[in-house]
Design a protein around this ligand. Structure first.
Ligand SMILES: [Zn+2]
Ligand SMILES: [Zn+2]
Length: 214
């Protein structure tokens, strides 16, 4: 247990929109990842994050903290969700390697009886929870030591092949809208967009991470 309180910039809370424990957990996760990989916050397309979050659980707030800390944002295409339903993420930085960070079961168990989640289970949104309650649970996160929070595993065999950026586009032969070529499909001998093809998008075909050597 550390006495030092971790600092998170105010803009990260403003960006996220409400005070909650999981944005700060993600911010700390991203900070730890940068330290372990020996890198600074990404300005462009450096850090890649594979979040193990899924949908339908509130811990997803973690991802806003990860983006704020690392600069690996959804908009830049640097954060991908694996939908494993775990409070964990793998961080990969070209030339520096990869690290997986998991929020320890014990810490998840420590947080869950907190009054904050009693409000959440009653359907109260985080911004409507009394400030003293949210401040208290955030303090638990900010005062915890790194080893109390995270299981950290360096992944020396991690290989990741990000999709190559391309500006190539063509018009869908049904609706006429410009579509980036990777997303054009063939239907009745026509190049068509996914909406016009009736097919499901297949994002993960391009972003599938591969781990080699063990
Ligand atoms: Zn939140
Ligand atoms: Zn179309």
């Amino acid at each position: 247990m550390s006495t030092q309180k971790f600092q998170i910039p105010d803009w990260a809370y403003e960006f996220h929109g409400h005070p909650c424990p999981f944005m700060p957990i993600g911010y700390r996760m991203g900070t730890t990842a940068m330290q372990k990989l020996g890198v600074k916050r990404s300005k462009n397309h450096e850090m890649h994050v594979l979040s193990e979050m899924g949908v339908g659980h509130p811990q997803g707030c973690m991802q806003d903290g990860i983006m704020a800390a690392t600069g690996a944002t959804f908009g830049k295409g640097m954060l991908e969700k694996l939908h494993y339903g775990k409070v964990a993420a793998t961080f990969w930085y070209p030339g520096k390697g990869a690290v997986r960070i998991f929020l320890k079961n014990d810490f998840q168990d420590k947080l869950s009886p907190h009054e904050f989640f009693a409000y959440r289970k009653k359907g109260v949104e985080p911004s409507e929870i009394p400030v003293a309650v949210s401040r208290d649970i955030i303090d638990i996160v900010l005062r915890a030591s790194e080893s109390e929070l995270f299981d950290i595993e360096m992944l020396p065999g991690f290989v990741y092949r990000p999709v190559k950026g391309s500006f190539a586009k063509a018009k869908c032969e049904v609706c006429g809208e410009y579509t980036f070529e990777r997303y054009l499909r063939i239907k009745d001998n026509k190049k068509v967009c996914i909406s016009c093809s009736g097919q499901e998008p297949a994002e993960h075909v391009f972003y599938h991470p591969v781990t080699e050597n063990e």
